[in-house]
Design a protein around this ligand. Structure first.
Ligand code: M6R
Length: 610
């Protein structure tokens, strides 16, 4: 969603640094962009905005020597996506870029209009700029202005601020929305996402809620919300600039699908380096909980559904999964200090999941986060974090983070099962062996031959209007849901997932001649029922495709258009292999339909608004 970048310094052109940052921030999803920079050669503050792509914005930039700049990618919330509503917004002497939402902006706007202020845009951001300008006109002091501003606004915000009276200084302030200061030599940066400055620096500090900063090329002063000066610890980003490159792949999504064996390795191996002992030592003690609640959105929630089935199956503990936004809307929640709440999130920034975790914690639950982005907001809310070490994920459609989330949920199942002596030594040894073999099995599903096969299936699907996914039993159905989401978000083809058991309760009326159905069949306990379901749809005209395991394929040969056979592995790990063909088919359908696969329309990588 929205992104902030800013630069102050004498070494580079502020508008070019800001543009580099905006190009990185694009991955978060946006629909307009803009920047403001102060050019020392004509002593003017230039504001340039564009609805649409950052590349178009770049064409509008002029070659100036500029020492100060702020830039923004906007994902429209208050006000449509157009040039007027895009940031930066200027009122009087104050120009700002803003992430977040000011909750009381309507009230403030009325007040300011009564005082004679005119607004050009529909945004809450312009209201904040006007308020800052009003306070500054009284105080003539930016520190006092920011202290007073915080008292008058409610909501989440991160702001980059330029004041016409001091064009060698950048101001930054935050409440809830993340904001970082990138540290350079004779130059400094601000950003809402540290990736945007990695080209120039890996060193940074982070503002906490209520903090603000006065940033010059050679100095930075940090203040808390009362205006008292504070110190900040310098951190070093673990993600490097080279990590955010496509590395020869045509898209980030393809690169990330191919990185899944590495992502699995990096996520799982630290827990099993000394066998089961390290798994037991490196995870929290789960024995005090009598119930688990998994919260997440989109694919993270789908990973939770797979996890529920694995944990319940092996660890004998009830697990519920709730869509975080629905959980937040519930009148009553049933949670106490014997509930472990697990928040699953790649970005660690998803507003609904963060809100849900806070709500559960208020009721006394302990919270554990399965999170990919180190240092993200969610990592600060939860009591424990288990990181999916998948590395940076750029494509909007998650792949490697999703499979790593399942891997960690499997390890939680194994940990609890082992603690309860639910698994004997032979099975334990078999699981550990399977974990070691899995990276190779993942890569086997991404060979040229396999990709040719996925492509062949994609060619049969890409011109269809509706594609169904069918799975039976908790795990295959959850995988079908994820396959269907992956397909629809990057292809714009309508797609739904159904449980095989539900077919005859309404869904089968949708099946007619040539209805494509991708069937998931990895769970041997449902084989006969699922084979009947496939036959029921086939005899009504469906074109069935099948993803199944080698052992099931050796025993049964259902009548299908095509099938993909995956290696057998232990049940706890099977979903990690099974999802790969679905990711690849969705990927090739997306390419055949010429969709912008990495950045599908209307979507954002991090959904930071509710
Ligand atoms: O960053 P998170 O894992 O919290 O994001 C959750 C969802 O927004 C995300 O999984 C979304 O559904 C993806 N676009 C799916 O590919």
């Amino acid at each position: 969603m929205c992104g902030i970048i800013g630069y102050v310094g004498k070494n580079k052109r502020a508008q070019e640094v800001s543009m580099d940052g905006l190009k990185i921030l694009e991955y978060r999803g946006y629909d307009s962009a803009g920047l403001a920079y102060y050019a020392i050669d004509d002593s003017k503050l230039h504001i340039v905005k564009e609805k649409g792509h950052v590349e178009e914005l770049e064409k509008k930039l002029e070659k100036h020597e500029a020492n100060l700049g702020i830039g923004h990618t906007r994902w429209a919330t208050n006000g449509i996506a157009d040039e007027i509503n895009s940031h930066p917004h200027k009122q009087g002497k104050i120009t700002i870029v803003h992430n977040g939402i000011f909750e009381n902006y309507e009230e403030l706007k009325k007040q300011l209009i009564n005082e004679g202020i005119e607004f050009k845009s529909e945004t809450d951001t312009e209201v904040a700029a006007a308020l800052l300008n009003k306070i500054y006109n009284k105080t003539n002091n930016m520190e006092q202005t920011l202290i007073e501003f915080q008292k008058q606004v409610t909501g989440d915000y991160a702001l980059g601020i330029i004041n016409d009276d001091d064009l060698e200084t950048l101001y930054a302030i935050r409440n809830e929305s993340p904001l970082f200061i990138g540290l350079g030599e004779n130059e400094n940066y601000i950003t809402s996402d540290i990736l945007a400055v990695l080209k120039y620096t890996s060193n940074y500090t982070e503002l906490e809620n209520g903090d603000f900063a006065k940033i010059k090329a050679n100095s930075i002063k940090y203040f808390d919300k009362n205006g008292d000066e504070i110190n900040k610890e310098t951190k070093v980003s673990s993600i490097k600039y080279k990590d955010i490159k496509k590395d020869g792949f045509e898209t980030f999504m393809l690169k990330e699908i191919f990185e899944q064996s590495k992502s699995f390795n990096n996520t799982v191996f630290p827990y099993i380096e000394n066998g089961i002992d390290s798994l037991m030592k490196k995870m929290p003690d789960f024995s005090k909980y009598d119930r688990i609640l998994i919260l997440g959105c989109g694919s993270a929630m789908h990973a939770g559904l797979v996890g529920k089935n694995l944990i319940e199956g092996y660890a004998d503990i009830p697990v519920d999964v709730e869509i975080a936004s629905d959980f937040n809307d519930k009148k009553k929640i049933f949670i106490d200090n014997k509930t472990l709440v697990i928040g699953v999130s790649q970005s660690g920034e998803t507003a609904d999941t963060i809100k849900a975790l806070k709500r559960a914690k208020e009721k006394g639950a302990n919270a554990l986060g399965i999170i990919n982005r180190q240092g993200s907001m969610m990592t600060k809310i939860v009591d424990y974090v288990l990181y999916t070490n998948s590395g940076f994920e750029v494509a909007v459609a998650t792949t490697k983070a999703y499979s790593a989330q399942i891997a960690l949920l499997s390890l939680i199942a194994l940990n609890i099962a082992n603690h309860k002596n639910n698994i004997d030594k032979t099975e334990l040894a078999a699981i550990l062996k399977s974990i070691k073999e899995l990276p190779e099995q993942i890569d086997k599903l991404l060979t040229e031959d396999c990709c040719t096969k996925y492509h062949k299936i994609a060619e049969k699907l890409y011109d269809k209007n509706n594609i169904f996914f069918l799975g039976r039993g908790g795990i295959d159905y959850s995988l079908a849901m994820e396959g269907s989401l992956k397909l629809r978000e990057i292809t714009y083809i309508n797609s739904s997932a159904y449980s095989g058991g539900e077919l005859k309760h309404g869904t089968i009326s949708l099946v007619d001649d040539n209805t494509p159905i991708i069937n998931m069949l990895t769970d041997k306990t449902v084989i006969n029922k699922m084979l009947s379901n496939m036959e029921e749809t086939r005899t009504r005209g469906a074109k069935n495709y099948l993803v199944t395991t080698k052992s099931l394929s050796d025993k049964y040969s259902p009548n299908v258009e095509d099938k993909i056979i995956i290696d057998d592995t232990h049940e706890l790990l099977q979903p990690i292999l099974a999802i790969i063909p679905l990711q690849m088919i969705a990927y090739y359908v997306s390419r055949l339909r010429k969709v912008n696969t990495d950045k599908p329309r209307n979507l954002a990588k991090s959904v930071t608004v509710i």
